[in-house]
Design a protein around this ligand. Sequence first.
Ligand SMILES: Cc1cc2nc3c(=O)[nH]c(=O)nc-3n(C[C@H](O)[C@H](O)[C@H](O)COP(=O)(O)O)c2cc1C
Length: 187
Amino acid sequence: LLILGILGSAAKDSRTRDGLAALGSRARRKGADFEIIDLAVEFRGHHDIDDYDVPIPTGQTAAARHRVSTAEALILATPVYHGSYSGLLKNFLDHLTGDAFAGRAVAILANGGGPRSAGTACDQLRAVVRAISGWSVPTHIATTGSDFCDGEPSAFIAGRMEALVDELLAFGRAQRLDDGMRRHEED
Ligand SMILES: Cc1cc2nc3c(=O)[nH]c(=O)nc-3n(C[C@H](O)[C@H](O)[C@H](O)COP(=O)(O)O)c2cc1C
């Protein structure tokens, strides 16, 4: 099962990145494949509305849609900026169509400077996931800098990460089973 982590922080030293990497290593330990899209490196351009309806095959819109289509589950990871998720992440999501996350489980992680700001960004992202037809898993990861030590999450956050990855994998496996049954019925 391929899980795609989408990193919405451009900071070189980023707790959001640490959190996403910690989720990825747990997913791999449980048998999944995990890839990161580092948006500040791979998708730096502004989304182009003229390329939205019929994207040119070599453009950024087509590339964004292709990367998302390869994933069986996704993790959206964002810093908290001005009380919300980052523009870098929203810019990427604005390349996608309204059914981009259909049939896929989506997990949300946010890291803020303040101790209680990240939960709000997670809830706001939940509404965005719904708008592009994704299935948000119930557990989200809302952290601040002191939840990490040398890049590793605290025991409490690590426990939530285990739960989140289990939810992603359970949904992904159920989807695979469902797809298989559908194909069997069609044959
Ligand atoms: C433009 C900007 C706006 C920010 N606004 C908030 C905010 O509203 N609430 C908050 O708790 N932290 C805020 N912060 C602090 C970041 O959330 C904090 O630096 C966090 O560590 C970012 O995650 P990162 O380590 O992955 O870059 C802001 C930072 C920037 C650069």
